[in-house]
Design a protein around this ligand. Structure first.
Ligand SMILES: C[S@@+](CC[C@H](N)C(=O)[O-])C[C@H]1O[C@@H](n2cnc3c(N)ncnc32)[C@H](O)[C@@H]1O
Length: 239
């Protein structure tokens, strides 16, 4: 579907003229329409949050599969860097007995996430803060799609000019957040756990190395997306 068809499909004709002008000015159609479908759920988006990507839906489905197969109890899950709240809300809808927390450092992003949780009738505990900083207690699953674009990487102008840089870029070849999360995760994990990451397509080897350092005895698995690119890392132990 072209961007113009997308606008025609999702907006009333009274809003089309202004929408086409915004499109011409380089704004992503998702921000113009103001919402996207994520795992079958309506998620509001604006310039304060990353536009949820297809790969992230895959991360959610793969994580749910793993959790359903390996855990037979009420789960505690935390989504680090929740943005629009899409991951946390989809998990709660598909695993209603789980207790879900979600953290973001951006107050503006969190207010979108809160609105999305309310619109989707999902009970999620949101925290404003820096990764683990607002958290106490233990989690069975840590899931995250953190910022992972290296500061010197070429990024499409529609992304660079519109989406929040706080959601995109990370130091140390884009690995900064994976390292911080993996270093601190042992304090926040239950005895049996899963860490589920979305990653950049050239980061698998580096992230495996970092994971091996902090989780020497765990199973570390890289999985591909539908386009056959390494896009997910799962770190798990089992009883
Ligand atoms: C790549 S976006 C992911 C958003 C959403 N989870 C998704 O998958 O569409 C990363 C998110 O991490 C947040 N973030 C960046 N630094 C953070 C930090 N130090 N602590 C918590 N959240 C952070 C950003 O505000 C952004 O919402």
């Amino acid at each position: 579907m072209t961007d113009i068809d997308y606008l025609k499909r999702y907006l009333p004709s009274s809003k089309l003229e202004e929408a086409l002008k915004r499109l011409e000015d380089g704004e992503p159609v998702q921000y113009i329409v103001g919402e996207v479908d994520f795992c079958g759920i309506k998620i509001k988006v604006n310039k304060n949050v990353l536009i949820p990507r297809f790969e992230t839906e895959e991360l959610v489905f793969k994580t749910i599969n793993y959790l359903k197969q390996n855990f037979k109890k009420e789960l505690k899950i935390v989504d680090l860097g929740t943005g629009s709240g899409c991951i946390a809300i989809a998990l709660k809808q598909k695993m209603p007995n789980s207790l879900i927390s979600a953290v973001d450092i951006s107050e503006d992003a969190l207010s979108v996430a809160l609105e999305n949780a309310k619109n989707n009738n999902t009970d999620i505990t949101f925290y404003l803060g820096d990764l683990f900083e607002p958290l106490t207690g233990k989690y069975d699953c840590i899931i995250s799609n953190p910022p992972y674009i290296s500061l010197d990487e070429e990024v499409m102008s529609i992304v660079k000019n519109n989406e929040p840089h706080l959601a995109l870029y990370a130091n140390n070849k884009g690995l900064e957040y994976y390292e911080i999360i993996l270093k601190n995760a042992p304090t926040y994990l239950s005895d049996t756990y899963l860490i589920a990451f979305e990653i950049g397509m050239n980061q698998a080897d580096d992230i495996k190395k970092i994971a091996r350092e902090y989780f020497p005895k765990s199973k570390i698995v890289v999985e591909k997306d539908l386009q056959d690119r390494d896009r997910f890392v799962f770190i798990a132990n089992s009883k």
